[in-house]
Design a protein around this ligand. Structure first.
Ligand code: PSZ
Length: 503
């Protein structure tokens, strides 16, 4: 074991090194609220590191994988059988506190006992082995399961849902729903001629209308071709792939702390909203009208960039005024980590967004949609599996556990610990950490540069904390909903130690 890792193993030793004020502060917040026990039994008390990351076994396996496919993005190989709760094990015997949870998915942590039990049922096994084509032959419990899982937690005002397999697949199909809805509205019920229908088979004519979707700079909505035209985070996603001339507006970039920059930030909202209005006009004049607006409640891959509730309310108003649909992409924000099941519920929108897409923590992909977006014809939106009923079963169980264990309350309490603790760390390390921000445990902060951020993420991993980077220089936390104040304290302790000893 390397000495740097060994020195980080003792929580007691670590705490002794900490600034007393911060420790008192964090402990006070946590003592008032945190249950003494972890929510998932069998979790270790902290990380235990045997090697630097990646360890020798991971390096060897990564080289083997490289003969089959590109493995440059592989950090290490995990041992999912040994992982538990908030702790992820790797094949070199390291156990890390996971604040990132498979890119913001895995709502109940690893090997949650209630989910493991569910997989033993005959129903789960039959649906897993005999994966149904849900659009043609759903199983006998499918309708009941949709009620128990997806409809029971639908965003306010939504009573329709379509399942899909992943986030990109959900957005891609939701985009199609918007185009179909918009174009049918434009045509006012006028039927296509036989010639139109023949032409559309080769991508021509009025049945292939020239429409667009408006998205925002810094947005991420997936990497498939349609989604990619609305994704604007990194050129590595986009270079060499043909795309579309669709409008891209600025997303607000606020100054923090928010309370000290109210005027500046309000002007920022206005600037971006004016751009949206102008783009609606410009694309209409170009003959490529905007059928819909797609937006994340918090730009996640883009670096945790937040828009104000007022920005979203005004955006909805402009979208409606222009006869377009509003799609809120909750792939990363949905499922509870922002403190509410759906982040957009915190914006006080005048009416439900037309479409809300989800995946990640929701276990299954899919989208909720309003009455207006309903398809009146079979096979307009379709594919082989249309999702996976075993994932809906897991979601149903997740919903039960979330309610039983008051997990949204846990998120809110952990959020207070994190907010206070990161605020203190910002004070202690003003040259290193800035712009702490977030809703719930969906939090981020900035380091001075991409190099410093990458070093921080690596050092944290070697110190036993799995954490994510995003945007040019941000670090993001995306823990499971079972990440309690006790885990937050441990994270804050390790972070302080890493900043002190490695920078
Ligand atoms: O690099 C990548 O492909 C990544 S890393 C994280 C994501 C993708 N997030 C996926 C994502 C998202 O955050 C939002 C807001 N919308 C859509 C997607 C696409 O979801 P998947 O990856 O399931 O296709």
């Amino acid at each position: 074991m390397n000495t740097a890792c060994r020195s980080l193993l003792s929580t007691v030793g670590r705490r002794a090194l900490l600034n007393a004020t911060r420790v008192q502060h964090v402990h006070k917040a946590a003592a008032a609220s945190s249950p003494a026990e972890p929510l998932v039994q069998g979790e270790p008390n902290g990380p235990s590191m045997k090697t630097v990351i990646p360890g020798p076994k991971s390096i060897a396996l990564r080289e083997e994988l490289a003969h089959i496919q590109n493995s440059d993005a592989v950090f290490f190989f995990a041992d999912y059988e040994k992982s538990i709760g908030n702790y992820l094990a790797d094949i070199d015997g390291n156990v890390m506190l996971d604040t990132y949870m498979q890119i913001s998915s895995i709502p109940l942590g690893y090997n949650h006992p209630d989910l493991m039990k569910l997989t033993q049922s005959r129903e789960y096994q039959a649906l897993s082995v005999n994966r149904p084509a849900l659009g043609n032959m759903p199983d006998r419990n499918f309708v009941q399961r949709l009620h128990g899982a997806l409809m029971s937690i639908a965003p306010k005002g939504h009573k329709h849902v379509q399942t899909m397999s992943c986030g990109s697949c959900s957005n891609e199909n939701a985009y199609k729903v918007i185009f179909i809805w918009y174009n049918q509205k434009l045509r006012g019920g006028k039927p296509y001629t036989d010639e139109d229908l023949q032409q559309c088979l080769v991508n021509q004519g009025p049945a292939c209308p020239d429409l667009s979707l408006l998205s925002f700079k810094g947005a991420f909505h997936g990497r498939t071709l349609g989604c990619l035209a609305t994704t604007h985070t990194k050129h590595v996603h986009k270079r060499d792939v043909p795309s579309r001339d669709w409008p891209v507006a600025s997303f607000p970039k606020y100054k923090y702390p928010l309370e000290q920059n109210v005027d500046y930030n309000a002007k920022e909202d206005l600037r971006c909203l004016q751009e949206v209005e102008e783009l609606f006009k410009a694309y209409k004049n170009k003959g490529r009208p905007v059928a819909g607006v797609v937006v994340e409640p918090i730009q996640a891959e883009g670096g945790d960039v937040h828009g104000s509730p007022n920005f979203f309310r005004e955006l909805q108003r402009i979208t409606k005024k222009n006869g377009a649909a509003l799609l809120i992409d909750e792939v990363q924000t949905g499922g509870g980590s922002t403190g509410t099941l759906w982040a957009h519920e915190q914006f006080g929108l005048e009416s439900p967004p037309d479409i809300v897409t989800f995946s990640k923590k929701m276990t299954t992909g899919g989208y909720y949609y309003t009455d207006e977006m309903h398809m009146s014809e079979a096979y307009r939106i379709f594919n082989t599996w249309l999702g996976d009923p075993t994932k809906i079963m897991l979601l149903e169980e997740f919903v039960k556990v979330m309610q039983r264990d008051n997990l949204l309350d846990v998120v809110r309490r952990t959020s207070s610990t994190l907010e206070a603790g990161l605020g203190d760390i910002q004070h202690q390390f003003p040259k290193l950490v800035a712009n702490s921000r977030g809703r719930g445990t969906f939090r981020a902060f900035d380091l001075p540069s991409m190099e410093a951020r990458d070093k921080f993420v690596n050092e944290m991993r070697n110190a036993g904390v799995q954490i994510g980077g995003s945007g040019p220089n941000s670090v993001r936390l995306r823990p499971a909903l079972i990440f309690q104040p006790r885990h937050a304290e441990l994270f804050l302790d390790i972070m302080s130690q890493v900043l002190r000893s490695k920078f």
